[in-house]
Design a binder for this molecule. Structure first.
Ligand code: NAP
Length: 535
């Protein structure tokens, strides 16, 4: 089929992009590998999955009708409700007629002669379009650990991003969870409520902070709704589009009493305040970070009864906030339950998965076999570039994007790649992520603006310049200097030892402020996109 634009992915980005291109009068179409809309919220059906951003700051802001008709029911919406929301949006905007589901894009090759993209699906069919928009998400390529015997397990096992649609009843079951990132933490605290036994295999503990979720009553929703303009305006002002913004003071510019009082207040407040609303220097000043880490360690020690277990739950190889902070609800108290065990796999590594469970051992201990009914892999994603690597994307010189980005991504504004004309990335590497729907709306509006400009001026080829890419990539790298998070292994620094070639840290994320990012992109648009090669 021939389209004006092909969008890959029907998540939050793809849905809004489709809506915007349709409004331009373009024949746009989404290919989506899932059987429904929702992207992240379609795939991540694991128990306990929910927002870490306040629900009312997370929904789409562009449509008054959507804002008027949708009620959030919890401050941090659970996955089923969010999936319902995205289905509501798809219905309301009548998007489904331009989406093909169960359609995985395997390749997209630029054709210079015709100035269009040839897109191939898993079923072998080919579809062509002038514009290609990747709306494939920064955390959508799940990765399984490389453990011997993984296929031999006879019970139920799955990655958190591939959970079955029918909820699993954990009652009476012996359950294992491998991984303690934001996903593992949410899973563990939920499964612990009903499982007969729950065994957590932890390689690296993470610094967590309390979520403080709660219901939103009809009355509260009626009070929130008129405040939407103010809520979204606030998100536009803050560093990462969350409702929280850093305290302009330095950690040691206040007295110890003031400092502790501030941290107590943040620890007791909803959402990301502890991470995003803290003193301005906690992620750049080692001493400040160490003091904050010490505060949170004390909290963990107070909440976990067995101090040997508490010690194992306190990170020692990175400071608070230098990795993405999982938000939790009684996560640490789970370890006080008699049916819960914590296995530190740095001490007792997993030897293999067996037919009946997991065998741990290592030099320091004798081998031990744990039997399970269910093994949950909360082992994360081949983040940021992984979803691009999984598609055979080839540009003007036939070079694969995966090869072009071997030493780390190189982009212009995080939106375009040199040699890949008419391809636009929404939430690609080097863009401002933060409170993601806010960033998505900006990104999509900007991409729509370029396409409108090209259409209005009869232009059929749009590409960034090598100098533009060099400037932006250097800028993104410079912004990352001095950030403690860039000295730590995590998905944010491109590390995933379950994936070949992802063992060296890279700068894949834009770590400047969202307002600065928008100002730079606005300037390009106001300058008539003269920074691009348009023909
Ligand atoms: P993650 O943060 O990358 O965590 C993966 C976990 O699996 C880590 O504990 C990791 O240990 C462990 N692991 C990986 N390979 C392993 C192996 N071979 N053996 C043993 N353990 C292994 O992934 P995630 O928890 O899925 O979270 C990814 C991101 O998704 C989050 O940071 C967040 O941005 C997003 N997320 C958001 C929400 C939300 O908004 N509410 C919820 C969940 C996730 P190491 O640390 O030692 O590598």
């Amino acid at each position: 089929m021939q389209f004006d634009a092909i969008i890959i992915g029907a998540g939050i980005s793809g849905l809004y992009q489709l809506h915007c291109l349709r409004k331009l009068g373009l024949k746009a179409h989404i290919f989506e590998s899932g059987t429904g809309v929702g992207g992240t919220w379609y795939w991540n059906r694991y128990p306990g999955a929910r927002f870490d951003s306040e629900s009312y700051s997370y929904g789409y802001s562009f449509s008054q009708e959507l804002l008027d008709e949708w009620d959030w029911t919890e401050h941090f919406s659970p996955q089923p409700k969010t999936l319902e929301y995205l289905n509501f949006v798809a219905d309301k905007l009548d998007l489904r007629r331009d989406i093909t589901f169960s359609a995985r894009v395997t390749a997209a090759h630029w054709q210079e002669a015709t100035r269009d993209w040839h897109v191939t699906l898993e079923d072998g069919s080919r579809h062509d379009a002038r514009f290609l928009i990747t709306a494939i998400g920064p955390l959508s390529a799940p990765t399984m650990p490389k453990i011997e015997g993984i296929d031999s397990f006879r019970g139920l096992s799955c990655h958190t991003a591939r959970f079955p649609k029918e909820p699993i009843d954990f009652t009476g079951k012996r359950v294992a969870v491998i991984g303690t990132g934001a996903t593992g933490v949410q899973t563990i605290q939920e499964v612990a409520k009903t499982a007969r036994t729950l065994t957590i295999f932890q390689r690296t503990p993470n610094w967590c902070a309390p979520l403080h979720n709660g219901p939103i009553t009809k009355q509260e929703m009626a009070e929130i709704r008129p405040r939407y303009p103010e809520i979204f305006a606030r998100c536009q002002e803050t560093f990462s589009c969350f409702l929280h913004s850093p305290d302009p003071r330095g950690t040691f510019e206040v007295t110890q009493e003031e400092r502790e009082a501030k941290w107590e207040q943040l620890y007791g407040s909803k959402g990301f305040g502890m991470w995003q609303g803290n003193f301005r220097d906690i992620l750049t000043d080692r001493k400040a970070n160490a003091a904050l880490s010490d505060f949170v360690a004390r909290k963990i020690r107070q909440r976990v009864k067995d101090q040997a277990t508490a010690t194992r739950l306190i990170p020692t190889n990175h400071g608070f906030g230098t990795r993405r902070v999982p938000l939790e609800t009684r996560y640490y108290e789970v370890y006080n339950q008699p049916n819960v065990r914590l296995v530190d796999i740095k001490q007792t590594p997993i030897e293999r998965i067996t037919e009946n469970g997991i065998r741990v051992g290592g030099l320091k201990t004798t081998a031990e076999q744990f039997d399970f009914d269910i093994i949950i892999y909360a082992t994360g994603f081949d983040a940021i570039t992984g979803s691009f690597d999984r598609i055979d994307l080839r540009g003007a010189d036939g070079l694969r994007l995966k090869d072009k980005w071997k030493g780390g991504p190189q982009t212009w504004l995080g939106v375009q790649v040199e040699g890949f004309p008419n391809m636009f990335m929404v939430m690609g590497p080097h863009t401002a992520l933060g409170n993601i729907p806010r960033s998505i709306e900006y990104n999509v509006d900007w991409v729509t603006g370029v396409i409108r400009h090209m259409r209005d001026h009869g232009l059929t080829r749009g590409e960034c310049t090598p100098a533009g890419v060099q400037d932006w990539t250097d800028h993104v790298k410079a912004l990352g200097e001095g950030l403690l998070s860039n000295e730590v292994d995590s998905w944010m620094t491109g590390i995933n030892r379950n994936v070949e070639g992802k063992t060296e840290r890279i700068v894949a994320r834009y770590s400047g402020s969202a307002p600065a990012y928008r100002a730079r992109c606005d300037a390009v648009a106001e300058g008539g996109y003269r920074e691009m090669r348009l023909a």
